[in-house]
Design a protein around this ligand. Structure first.
Ligand code: ADP
Length: 306
């Protein structure tokens, strides 16, 4: 009998773990219901290299309704990514609770999709191979996994590029592959950390339109971390402003722009968009300035010592 390949072994291990947790054999990415995400009184402390405790997040309360799109903005270092890692189950809170779909998060859960600023694609795999990874890890038969992947490659506008490798694609195309690789799993929650941060302005706008069109079909609950307030308002139902570190929720704004939103390049000129931008920026600016002043003070103190 042929020995299983390394990938098949990994896939079987994942499938066994999932069956142990869920008691069933999974086939395709059956419709997963969007799940409410709830953080209550979340504090996160890290041990610094000098052995002291550093508080990155303090008393964070945040609720993202099932199927809602939430954007989180705040100055650099305020704990946005740390918040995501706890919802993802990669880190645990030092105090407080994180729940997804009413269950406490305890490790990486099935139904969680990720997208980061870096592409996280396998460089040795083709576009089709990268997109098919999720179903393969869920033990979907190879032919079916490839058929699903082919359909997702088409949906993100990359038909004809199935056999290309990531290094043969533009930055925007690699983002499309990442998006297809996340959405093929039909996630109940989608966690995005500055996914379009490295793209040029036009490509970023195109990807935002693409993301909205795909999200409006499947509607997973989304947390989208960004430092770009315009992007946050254009995409989200709700914008959360965080304070300068230790990060906590300063304010939550409902974005009552109609859906479907259409092209993000155009909605930016809508009077309601400008009004929301003005209002949220007033709140965010204080935090950005406070974080900047703090960094500048530390830098000048360190400069004085050297
Ligand atoms: P943001 O995403 O808002 O830029 P992060 O969540 O990445 O901020 O980081 C918040 C703070 O927590 C930063 O000061 C960062 O240095 C610190 N931090 C993040 N992860 C760790 C870690 N694993 N160990 C120690 N400090 C960390």
């Amino acid at each position: 009998m042929a020995q299983p390949t390394k990938e098949e072994t990994v896939a079987n291990t994942f499938a066994k773990r999932r069956r142990a947790v869920h008691g069933t054999r999974e086939s395709g990415a059956a419709a997963v219901r969007p799940a409410q995400i709830e953080l209550t009184g979340v504090t996160k402390r890290f041990v610094t290299p000098s052995g002291t405790m550093f508080t990155a997040l303090r008393d964070v309360d945040m609720t993202i309704g099932a199927g809602k799109f939430c954007a989180v903005v705040g100055p650099s270092g305020c704990g946005k990514s740390t918040t995501l890692t706890m919802v993802a189950g990669l880190e645990r809170p030092s105090a407080g609770t994180v729940q997804v779909g009413g269950q406490s998060v305890d490790g990486i859960a099935a139904g969680t999709g990720f997208m980061f600023q870096s592409d996280a694609l396998m460089p040795w795999k083709t576009v089709l191979g990268n997109v098919a990874l999720g179903p393969v890890f869920r033990n979907v038969p190879k032919k079916e996994a490839q058929a699903q992947a082919r359909e997702w490659v088409r949906r993100v506008g990359l038909a004809g590029f199935e056999d290309h490798h990531p290094h043969q694609l533009s930055g925007g195309m690699r983002k499309r592959v990442s998006l297809a690789a996340a959405l093929i799993n039909n996630p109940s929650i989608l966690l995005m950390d500055e996914p379009f941060g490295a793209l040029d302005v036009q490509t970023k706008a195109m990807m935002s339109n693409e993301l909205l069109a795909l999200w409006e079909q499947a509607r997973p609950s989304v947390i989208f971390v960004t430092h770009d307030l315009e992007e946050a308002i254009a995409l989200a139902d709700q914008v959360v402003v965080m304070t300068a570190g230790p990060g906590t929720v300063k304010a939550v704004y409902d974005i009552d722009l109609p859906r479907p939103r259409g092209a993000v390049q155009e909605i930016r000129f809508a009077p309601r968009f400008l009004e929301l931008h003005h209002q949220i920026w007033a709140s965010l600016r204080e935090e950005v300035e406070s974080a900047y002043t703090r960094t500048a003070t530390v830098a000048s103190a360190e400069g004085g010592r050297s």
